[in-house]
Design a protein around this ligand. Sequence first.
Ligand SMILES: NC(=O)c1ccc[n+]([C@@H]2O[C@H](COP(=O)([O-])OP(=O)(O)OC[C@H]3O[C@@H](n4cnc5c(N)ncnc54)[C@H](O)[C@@H]3O)[C@@H](O)[C@H]2O)c1
Length: 361
Amino acid sequence: MAKKIGIIGAGGMLQYHAAGFKAAGAELHAICDMNQEAAHEAAKVYGAPNVFADSQKMLEELKDLDAVSIITPNRTHRPLALQALQAGKHVFCEKPPALNAAEVKQMKEAAENAGKTLMFNFNNRARPESYALRKYIDAGEVGAINSAQAKWIRRTGIPGFGGWFTNKELSGGGPLIDLLHMVDLALYYMDYPVPSCVLAQTFDDFIQDKNFKGPWGIPDVADGVTDVESAAHGFVRFQTGQVLNFQVSWAEMNKREEVSVTFQGRKAGGMIRRLFGSDGLDETAIDDCELYVQEHGRSVNRSIVTEPNEDMGRIRSAENFVRSINGEEDPLNTPDQALALMKIIDATYESAKTGRPVDIA
Ligand SMILES: NC(=O)c1ccc[n+]([C@@H]2O[C@H](COP(=O)([O-])OP(=O)(O)OC[C@H]3O[C@@H](n4cnc5c(N)ncnc54)[C@H](O)[C@@H]3O)[C@@H](O)[C@H]2O)c1
């Protein structure tokens, strides 16, 4: 029978969740948004038969919901996930998993207690390039990955000033937490080794500067708070001896927006990269997916050709959630991985604050 899904949050990301759930044969059974107008509008667009302003009411009234999708600002991820898991629903939650590792631990335990699936929208794992690279890794053609470099760097990408994105209490942080995808992807390729130590620095030079506002995001809030970083740089060591360095920014004077993971394996190196155009995704954007090997005395660069995927795996990722709860596919991510990722993020902020390397327990 088609799985019945209740959506919480009818903002910009809903379109991708809706398309992915539909592709997997699920039914959008309800839309809940505290903004009633947005909820009704979305219910009309997606043909959802039930509309709510309050998620608790939705869970009480719709006992037949199988799963809940959480597409709301970061601070609400933990309470809404706990509410849905405690009501016995599977949960698909937008990234970041929550504000910090302690919150993710609570969510993971709630999923275990409920015996329900908890997944997060690390959608870059669902890009065609990621599936392709994973095949080479799983086939043993890359070998153990010693080291990786993860980047999501923007030149003028601050998503509004004073709204929830730039308010640490509501978002958990700036680009480090917002653009965590490439760090996650690098860890995914490295088979999620256990992190042992982080040395990092954050910068906030441009976070109040309107010249660095991005073409996306949410409206400015005149008397709102803007207290997050504009860039973060860090180095992570894992218990295995593997290492990762990362660079994430909303505002740094780089030539163009780059979203990439590069890795060095014992048998092959590789890279997945999108270079955006001058104003976000336009016809000058360039996607690359490559493997680097030594063969017959020569350096050989293999270019892996995949179908174009503008949405960066967002639809496929939502589809994977439904197929996972249907038992048709393995989940693309687990709560343990989300917890490890959030420990790295916590340690990054701690290292930036103390100026010291931070051990991860
Ligand atoms: N995976 C990605 O590529 C990607 C891209 C953009 C945003 N996101 C994530 O998606 C989440 C939402 O971002 P957005 O840009 O859609 O935000 P948004 O502000 O456009 O939409 C959020 C909606 O949630 C509603 N809402 C907030 N709290 C609620 C509650 N307690 N109950 C019911 N409704 C509530 C708001 O009224 C709003 O309509 C964020 O966590 C963000 O990090 C992910």
